[in-house]
Design a protein around this ligand. Structure first.
Ligand code: ZN
Length: 259
Protein backbone atom coordinates (compact mmCIF):
# COMPACT_ATOMS: atom_id res chain seq x y z
CA UNK A 1 0.00 0.00 0.00
CA UNK A 2 1.33 3.42 -0.99
CA UNK A 3 0.48 6.96 0.08
CA UNK A 4 0.44 10.42 -1.51
CA UNK A 5 2.19 12.94 0.76
CA UNK A 6 0.71 16.27 -0.37
CA UNK A 7 3.04 18.48 1.67
CA UNK A 8 6.73 17.96 2.43
CA UNK A 9 9.91 20.01 2.51
CA UNK A 10 12.38 17.39 1.25
CA UNK A 11 14.96 20.07 0.40
CA UNK A 12 15.22 21.05 4.08
CA UNK A 13 18.90 21.11 5.06
CA UNK A 14 18.20 18.99 8.13
CA UNK A 15 18.00 15.91 5.86
CA UNK A 16 21.47 16.49 4.48
CA UNK A 17 22.80 16.82 8.04
CA UNK A 18 20.67 14.42 10.07
CA UNK A 19 19.43 11.67 7.72
CA UNK A 20 21.94 8.94 7.07
CA UNK A 21 22.88 9.19 3.39
CA UNK A 22 21.38 12.68 3.00
CA UNK A 23 18.46 14.15 1.06
CA UNK A 24 18.47 11.90 -2.01
CA UNK A 25 18.76 8.75 0.09
CA UNK A 26 15.77 9.92 2.13
CA UNK A 27 13.63 10.48 -0.98
CA UNK A 28 14.65 7.15 -2.50
CA UNK A 29 13.87 5.34 0.77
CA UNK A 30 10.39 6.89 0.90
CA UNK A 31 9.52 5.97 -2.71
CA UNK A 32 11.00 2.47 -2.19
CA UNK A 33 8.83 1.76 0.85
CA UNK A 34 5.35 3.26 1.10
CA UNK A 35 5.17 6.53 -0.84
CA UNK A 36 3.60 6.91 -4.30
CA UNK A 37 3.84 10.69 -4.77
CA UNK A 38 5.24 13.73 -2.95
CA UNK A 39 4.47 17.40 -3.51
CA UNK A 40 7.52 19.35 -2.34
CA UNK A 41 6.50 22.75 -1.04
CA UNK A 42 8.15 26.11 -1.74
CA UNK A 43 8.30 28.83 0.92
CA UNK A 44 10.25 31.68 -0.74
CA UNK A 45 11.49 32.58 -4.23
CA UNK A 46 14.84 30.85 -3.62
CA UNK A 47 13.25 27.84 -1.96
CA UNK A 48 10.62 27.50 -4.70
CA UNK A 49 13.43 27.38 -7.27
CA UNK A 50 15.01 24.55 -5.23
CA UNK A 51 11.68 22.79 -4.97
CA UNK A 52 11.20 22.79 -8.75
CA UNK A 53 14.77 21.55 -9.30
CA UNK A 54 14.33 18.70 -6.81
CA UNK A 55 10.97 17.68 -8.30
CA UNK A 56 12.46 17.55 -11.79
CA UNK A 57 14.80 14.78 -10.58
CA UNK A 58 12.01 12.36 -9.56
CA UNK A 59 9.12 11.25 -11.80
CA UNK A 60 6.68 11.08 -8.86
CA UNK A 61 7.69 14.28 -7.14
CA UNK A 62 5.93 17.55 -7.92
CA UNK A 63 6.55 21.07 -6.64
CA UNK A 64 4.66 24.07 -5.38
CA UNK A 65 6.00 27.62 -5.58
CA UNK A 66 5.00 30.49 -3.33
CA UNK A 67 5.93 32.87 -0.54
CA UNK A 68 5.13 31.69 3.00
CA UNK A 69 3.81 34.34 5.46
CA UNK A 70 7.03 34.04 7.49
CA UNK A 71 9.13 34.77 4.37
CA UNK A 72 7.55 38.00 3.15
CA UNK A 73 10.60 40.23 3.58
CA UNK A 74 11.42 41.14 -0.01
CA UNK A 75 12.21 44.72 -1.03
CA UNK A 76 9.79 44.53 -3.91
CA UNK A 77 6.69 42.43 -3.41
CA UNK A 78 5.57 42.58 -7.05
CA UNK A 79 9.01 41.61 -8.32
CA UNK A 80 9.12 38.60 -5.93
CA UNK A 81 5.67 37.47 -7.01
CA UNK A 82 6.52 37.79 -10.70
CA UNK A 83 9.48 35.47 -10.05
CA UNK A 84 7.05 32.97 -8.51
CA UNK A 85 4.89 33.29 -11.63
CA UNK A 86 7.95 32.50 -13.76
CA UNK A 87 8.74 29.40 -11.67
CA UNK A 88 5.15 28.17 -11.93
CA UNK A 89 5.69 27.74 -15.69
CA UNK A 90 7.81 24.66 -14.90
CA UNK A 91 6.02 21.46 -15.91
CA UNK A 92 6.49 19.93 -12.43
CA UNK A 93 4.93 22.93 -10.63
CA UNK A 94 1.36 21.95 -9.67
CA UNK A 95 0.30 24.58 -7.12
CA UNK A 96 0.90 28.06 -5.75
CA UNK A 97 1.98 27.86 -2.12
CA UNK A 98 2.44 27.78 0.60
CA UNK A 99 0.80 31.14 1.16
CA UNK A 100 -1.40 32.50 3.92
CA UNK A 101 -1.24 33.97 7.40
CA UNK A 102 0.72 33.04 10.51
CA UNK A 103 -0.27 34.88 13.68
CA UNK A 104 1.54 32.45 16.00
CA UNK A 105 4.73 34.50 16.12
CA UNK A 106 4.70 38.27 16.38
CA UNK A 107 7.82 38.87 14.27
CA UNK A 108 6.13 39.45 10.89
CA UNK A 109 3.70 42.39 10.57
CA UNK A 110 0.21 41.12 9.83
CA UNK A 111 -0.52 43.79 7.23
CA UNK A 112 2.58 42.75 5.26
CA UNK A 113 1.50 39.08 5.40
CA UNK A 114 -1.93 40.14 4.16
CA UNK A 115 -0.51 42.04 1.16
CA UNK A 116 1.51 39.00 0.02
CA UNK A 117 -1.40 36.64 0.65
CA UNK A 118 -3.90 38.64 -1.40
CA UNK A 119 -1.48 39.35 -4.25
CA UNK A 120 -0.67 35.65 -4.53
CA UNK A 121 -4.38 34.75 -4.42
CA UNK A 122 -4.89 37.20 -7.30
CA UNK A 123 -2.05 35.50 -9.20
CA UNK A 124 -3.65 32.07 -8.60
CA UNK A 125 -6.90 33.40 -10.00
CA UNK A 126 -5.18 34.79 -13.07
CA UNK A 127 -3.22 31.55 -13.69
CA UNK A 128 -6.12 29.27 -12.74
CA UNK A 129 -3.87 27.17 -10.48
CA UNK A 130 -4.71 25.60 -7.07
CA UNK A 131 -3.23 27.13 -3.90
CA UNK A 132 -1.90 25.68 -0.65
CA UNK A 133 -2.89 27.70 2.40
CA UNK A 134 -0.85 27.98 5.59
CA UNK A 135 -3.23 29.11 8.35
CA UNK A 136 -1.74 29.28 11.82
CA UNK A 137 -3.88 30.96 14.48
CA UNK A 138 -5.47 33.05 11.71
CA UNK A 139 -8.64 31.10 10.90
CA UNK A 140 -11.01 34.09 10.67
CA UNK A 141 -8.80 36.19 8.41
CA UNK A 142 -7.86 33.24 6.14
CA UNK A 143 -11.53 32.41 5.66
CA UNK A 144 -12.29 36.03 4.78
CA UNK A 145 -9.56 36.18 2.13
CA UNK A 146 -10.68 32.87 0.63
CA UNK A 147 -14.20 34.28 0.31
CA UNK A 148 -12.82 37.38 -1.45
CA UNK A 149 -11.46 35.10 -4.20
CA UNK A 150 -14.32 32.69 -4.94
CA UNK A 151 -12.72 31.44 -8.17
CA UNK A 152 -9.57 30.25 -6.36
CA UNK A 153 -9.63 26.73 -4.88
CA UNK A 154 -7.05 24.60 -3.16
CA UNK A 155 -5.95 23.03 0.09
CA UNK A 156 -5.92 24.11 3.72
CA UNK A 157 -2.76 22.33 4.84
CA UNK A 158 -2.12 20.78 8.27
CA UNK A 159 -5.66 21.78 9.12
CA UNK A 160 -6.10 23.05 12.68
CA UNK A 161 -9.54 24.66 12.46
CA UNK A 162 -12.85 23.47 13.86
CA UNK A 163 -15.35 21.03 12.33
CA UNK A 164 -17.53 24.03 11.50
CA UNK A 165 -14.72 25.71 9.60
CA UNK A 166 -13.93 22.47 7.74
CA UNK A 167 -17.57 22.16 6.68
CA UNK A 168 -17.66 25.77 5.52
CA UNK A 169 -14.47 25.35 3.45
CA UNK A 170 -15.81 22.18 1.86
CA UNK A 171 -18.97 24.05 0.91
CA UNK A 172 -16.76 26.72 -0.71
CA UNK A 173 -15.04 24.01 -2.79
CA UNK A 174 -11.84 23.51 -0.78
CA UNK A 175 -9.83 20.41 0.19
CA UNK A 176 -8.68 19.74 3.76
CA UNK A 177 -5.31 18.16 4.50
CA UNK A 178 -4.38 16.57 7.83
CA UNK A 179 -0.83 16.14 9.13
CA UNK A 180 0.76 14.24 12.02
CA UNK A 181 -0.93 16.59 14.49
CA UNK A 182 -4.08 14.45 14.13
CA UNK A 183 -2.19 11.60 15.87
CA UNK A 184 -1.32 13.67 18.95
CA UNK A 185 -3.13 12.47 22.04
CA UNK A 186 -4.71 15.80 22.97
CA UNK A 187 -5.54 16.90 19.41
CA UNK A 188 -9.29 16.89 19.99
CA UNK A 189 -10.05 19.63 17.42
CA UNK A 190 -8.36 18.10 14.32
CA UNK A 191 -9.61 14.64 15.31
CA UNK A 192 -13.18 15.95 15.26
CA UNK A 193 -12.63 17.93 12.04
CA UNK A 194 -11.26 14.94 10.12
CA UNK A 195 -14.52 13.06 10.76
CA UNK A 196 -16.68 15.64 8.97
CA UNK A 197 -14.66 16.09 5.75
CA UNK A 198 -16.36 14.29 2.83
CA UNK A 199 -14.35 11.44 1.26
CA UNK A 200 -13.78 13.39 -1.94
CA UNK A 201 -12.11 16.34 -0.14
CA UNK A 202 -9.77 14.60 2.28
CA UNK A 203 -5.96 14.74 1.95
CA UNK A 204 -2.99 13.60 4.03
CA UNK A 205 0.48 15.09 4.45
CA UNK A 206 3.55 15.14 6.67
CA UNK A 207 4.85 18.75 6.53
CA UNK A 208 8.17 16.94 6.96
CA UNK A 209 10.69 17.59 8.47
CA UNK A 210 8.25 19.20 10.92
CA UNK A 211 5.29 17.72 12.84
CA UNK A 212 6.37 14.07 13.12
CA UNK A 213 3.39 11.94 14.16
CA UNK A 214 3.12 9.84 17.31
CA UNK A 215 5.27 7.87 18.30
CA UNK A 216 7.99 9.92 16.55
CA UNK A 217 6.80 13.31 17.81
CA UNK A 218 9.70 15.74 18.22
CA UNK A 219 12.03 13.83 15.88
CA UNK A 220 12.92 14.32 12.19
CA UNK A 221 9.75 13.72 10.18
CA UNK A 222 9.75 12.09 6.70
CA UNK A 223 7.14 11.31 4.05
CA UNK A 224 6.96 7.61 5.00
CA UNK A 225 5.43 8.54 8.35
CA UNK A 226 2.30 9.76 6.53
CA UNK A 227 1.11 6.17 6.93
CA UNK A 228 0.70 6.78 10.70
CA UNK A 229 -1.53 9.77 9.98
CA UNK A 230 -3.57 7.69 7.51
CA UNK A 231 -3.93 4.95 10.12
CA UNK A 232 -5.26 7.37 12.74
CA UNK A 233 -7.68 8.92 10.22
CA UNK A 234 -8.92 5.46 9.21
CA UNK A 235 -9.58 4.71 12.89
CA UNK A 236 -11.42 8.00 13.46
CA UNK A 237 -13.53 7.61 10.30
CA UNK A 238 -14.18 3.92 10.97
CA UNK A 239 -12.74 2.74 7.68
CA UNK A 240 -9.61 0.92 6.45
CA UNK A 241 -6.14 2.35 5.86
CA UNK A 242 -6.35 1.01 2.28
CA UNK A 243 -9.45 3.09 1.70
CA UNK A 244 -7.78 6.24 3.11
CA UNK A 245 -4.71 5.61 0.92
CA UNK A 246 -6.92 5.16 -2.15
CA UNK A 247 -9.24 8.16 -1.72
CA UNK A 248 -6.50 10.59 -0.64
CA UNK A 249 -4.39 9.68 -3.69
CA UNK A 250 -7.39 10.09 -5.97
CA UNK A 251 -8.21 13.48 -4.41
CA UNK A 252 -4.61 14.71 -4.60
CA UNK A 253 -4.36 13.79 -8.27
CA UNK A 254 -7.60 15.64 -8.95
CA UNK A 255 -6.67 18.89 -7.17
CA UNK A 256 -3.09 18.92 -8.51
CA UNK A 257 -4.26 17.81 -11.99
CA UNK A 258 -1.80 14.90 -12.12
CA UNK A 259 -2.65 12.28 -14.74
ZN1 ZN B 1 4.91 23.46 5.13
Amino acid sequence: MKFFDTHAHCDDERYEKEYEGGTHKLIKDCFDTNISYIVNIGTSVENSQKSVELASMYPNMYASCGIHPSEVFYKDCDEAISQIEELLKNEKAVALGEIGLDYHYENVPRDLQMIYFKKQMALAERLNIPVIIHDRDAHGDCLEVVKEFPKVKGIFHSFSGSSEMAKELVKLGWYISFSGTVTFKNARVPKEACKVVPSDRLLIETDAPYLAPTPYRGTLNKSSYVELTATEIAFLRETTVDEIARITEENAKRIFRIK
